[in-house]
Design a protein around this ligand. Structure first.
Ligand SMILES: C[S@@+](CC[C@H](N)C(=O)[O-])C[C@H]1O[C@@H](n2cnc3c(N)ncnc32)[C@H](O)[C@@H]1O
Ligand SMILES: Nc1nc2[nH]cc(C(=O)O)c2c(=O)[nH]1
Ligand code: SF4
Ligand SMILES: [Mg+2]
Length: 258
């Protein structure tokens, strides 16, 4: 079913509102990205996002959000049905637009799970998060009219205005163990990345080491990654940042539920 735009719950549209969280999918896979790549994990994907990256690989949580409202008990039950997993990844869409994500994370922590939150870093919430996997969005993510997957650039201005919130980003970096995971489209992204990392270092009391800064090639299919991964690996070496693969794409391409 469709969910409300940007995850809000309008008071008048019964179809678009509900209790708990709008969930797009829950699945068991290997963490494909970042420092925990390869770790068996249950993924909980909420629906709704405050941004609209043109390249979003989760189109049905952002450009056309779909999902079903589910209460926290039923989500926990499904997580626990994957008995081998001790790690849970909360992602989206943007999971931190939803206040109820805090309750879900509290319940997961109480059950002893390691929690990773995949977030664009624009919204801070106080929650038991073991790894904040923050992917701040660069200018190259903005849906200009020529790169809009749906329309003619209607979200360009809103995306551009909201993609970086330095207060929320630095609060998150100070509060949680963090990785900064940048989607790299080409070499021209690197000036913005080094500038952003400098700004975060100035705004926080936490040490952000170069190997907490991850460069991830843009691409939602193996074919697309074939065009970006080698160049991004070279850039990681040149700048001294960490490279992260997209292991799930290498293993399963763009298959659903992976
Ligand atoms: C779908 S997002 C959901 C979490 C959050 N909204 C965010 O952007 O971090 C999950 C991860 O996929 C990354 N991502 C999305 N589309 C991508 C693409 N085409 N190529 C590489 N990474 C992508 C995001 O940057 C983020 O790290
Ligand atoms: N296997 C796998 N690993 C992932 N790491 C972050 C993902 C995400 O969509 O947030 C993701 C995903 O969608 N699949
Ligand atoms: S912030 Fe994340 S979920 Fe939202 S549009 Fe960008 S990649 Fe997709
Ligand atoms: Mg993904």
């Amino acid at each position: 079913m469709p969910v409300a735009r940007d995850g809000e719950k309008p008071a008048t549209d019964a179809d678009a509102t509900g209790e708990g969280l709008p969930i797009n999918e829950v699945f068991y896979s290997l963490q494909g990205e970042g420092t925990l790549a390869g770790v068996p994990s249950v993924f909980v994907r909420t629906s709704g996002c405050n941004l609209r990256c043109w390249f979003c690989d989760s189109y049905h949580t952002s450009w056309e959000p779909t999902g079903a409202w589910r209460d926290v008990d039923s989500i926990i039950e499904e997580v626990q049905s994957h008995e081998q997993a001790s790690h849970v990844v909360l992602t989206g869409g943007e999971p931190l637009i939803h206040e109820e994500s805090v309750e879900l994370l509290e319940r997961l922590a109480a059950e002893g799970y390691h929690t990773t939150v995949e977030t664009n870093g624009t919204i801070y919430r106080d929650a038991p998060i073991d790894l904040a996997s923050i992917s701040p969005k660069l200018a190259s993510s903005t849906p200009t009219p020529d790169r809009d997957p749906k329309g003619d650039g209607e979200f360009e201005e809103q995306h551009e205005a909201n993609r970086i919130d330095m207060d929320a980003l630095s609060q998150m970096v100070d509060a949680y163990e963090t990785q900064l995971k940048f989607v790299v489209t080409d070499e021209s992204d690197l000036a913005e990345i080094t500038d952003l990392v400098d700004q975060v270092r100035k705004a926080t009391s936490t040490t952000v080491a170069d190997d907490d800064v991850l460069l991830m090639p843009e691409g939602m299919t193996r074919e697309q990654l074939d065009g970006t991964r080698s160049d991004v690996a070279e850039l990681a070496m040149e700048y001294g940042y960490r490279y992260t693969p997209r292991l799930h794409v290498d293993l399963w391409n763009d298959a659903p539920g992976t």
